[in-house]
Ligand binder design. Structure first.
Ligand code: ADP
Length: 400
């Protein structure tokens, strides 16, 4: 079975064609600048050189058409015919409260995605455009939506409600939703495999640390609390996002700077986080380099980030009443031994004891970096959201 995984942004589109018999990717690629001058596709077949194609791409239909042509191209394509695509899996940001799992796309699902545009104004319209484009270009091929919020729908009310009048939750659906669900779900399932235990028996804390970062408490396979909230702005301080702060700071800045609500929102999303604190960069590699060279504010930003992560791990260990494993994933979690060891330094009380040699040698593979006998295992697991989407898609299509 072959599944095409599509992740649509407002002006970009990532794709991956997965062979589900081997769980390998046959080709992947990226379309950039959809609807803008200079649009291009970078197509990477599994066993050959990348192919860069420039084209006029006025909309997502044109982008999907170009992707499909690349996949079946006689020279650099990887399948003979579009009929070989058995299903399409779409990453969708927001499913609100209506969706607690992946679903076969029909009119009701499309309407649910549309209704959530208010909650995911940047992503949901693009996700929907990708779905409609595939319906047009490969009609009859089953399509599945895999939502970033769905995994967290298992959270109990005490996790998802904020301390505001209940009527606002009812009226505007203001509550914690959580994001990165596909990643947290994938790495927690892999963790169970690595530990050789059933997920229904495990208490895990998953740290997805990238440009955007979130931490999730996973009890017996279900998300019970997560750091991102109503939007992906809450929780850890991130590359450019502030993360948690006293809500009165918002009106304080608005008054001082004479900013509108949209302006302050833009500021908190794009100019804060480690970028704002360090004044150096939102990229952790740049920060680590600057800190090594003696930049005090870069070091300060790293210290605050590590402090935040530890604080969440401690809080989630308390909620879970113990923890069997802590997972590090995404760009930073997978690739920065320094960040991992700084975080784990004071987690001995949880039974964490990492092996520094393993911590510094792990590269792009799944590894338990704990010392022998450590009670709480520390696992580095490369996330693979595309594979998770393809697995869900396969399961749902096969059920039909
Ligand atoms: P996104 O949220 O955009 O998907 P990623 O998961 O790709 O982000 O993570 C990007 C972050 O990971 C960047 O801040 C980058 O600096 C960091 N990163 C990647 N490789 C390393 C590394 N070797 N050391 C430290 N940080 C790294």
């Amino acid at each position: 079975m072959k599944v095409l995984v599509i992740n649509c942004g407002s002006s970009s589109l990532k794709y991956q064609l997965m062979d589900m018999d081997t769980k390998n990717s046959l080709a992947k690629g990226l379309v950039e600048r959809i609807g803008l001058p200079g649009a291009m596709l970078t197509h990477r077949p599994k066993d050959s050189e990348k192919e860069v194609i420039t084209a006029e791409l006025p909309d997502h239909v044109a982008a999907i058409k170009l992707v499909l042509e690349a996949i079946v191209d006689p020279e650099f394509g990887v399948i003979n015919s579009l009929a070989d695509i058995d299903a399409v899996g779409h990453r969708v940001l927001h499913g609100g409260e209506k969706v607690s799992g992946s679903v076969l796309i029909d009119d009701a699902v499309k309407q649910a995605i549309e209704e959530c545009i208010e909650l995911g104004p940047l992503h949901n319209p693009a996700n929907l455009a990708g779905i409609l484009a595939c319906e047009k270009m490969i009609p009859g091929t089953p399509q599945v939506a895999v939502f970033d919020t769905a995994f967290h729908q298992s959270m109990p009310p005490e996790s998802y409600l904020y301390g505001i009048p209940y009527e606002l939750y009812e009226k505007y659906k203001i509550r914690r939703y959580g994001f990165h669900g596909t990643s947290h779900k994938y790495v927690s399932q892999r963790a169970a495999g690595m530990l050789g235990k059933r997920i229904e028996k495990l208490k895990l804390i998953s740290c997805h640390l990238g440009n955007g970062s979130s931490i999730t408490a996973i009890k017996y396979g279900k998300s019970v609390e997560t750091s991102m909230g109503f939007t992906p702005l809450e929780g850890l301080m991130m590359g450019t996002r502030s993360g948690d702060l006293d809500p009165s700071i918002v009106s304080f800045i608005m008054n001082k700077e004479k900013w509108s609500g949209d302006q302050v929102n833009d500021f908190l999303n794009k100019r804060c986080g480690v970028l704002g604190l360090s004044g150096v960069s939102s990229d952790f590699r740049d920060l680590q380099k600057a800190a090594e060279e003696g930049n005090v504010r870069a070091q300060l930003a790293l210290d605050v980030f590590v402090h935040d992560v530890k604080k969440y791990i401690g809080a989630y260990a308390a909620l879970l009443d113990g923890v069997d494993g802590i997972i590090f994933t995404a760009g930073l979690g997978e690739n920065s031994p320094l960040i991992r060891s700084s975080i784990c330094e004071t987690l001995g009380y949880l039974g964490v004891n990492i092996d520094e040699e393993k911590n510094t040698t792990v590269r792009g593979q799944e590894m338990d970096i704990s010392k022998w006998g450590a009670k709480c295992r520390v696992l580095v697991i490369p996330t693979n959201e595309e594979l998770m989407i393809a697995l869900d898609t396969k399961e749902i299509v096969n059920q039909e």
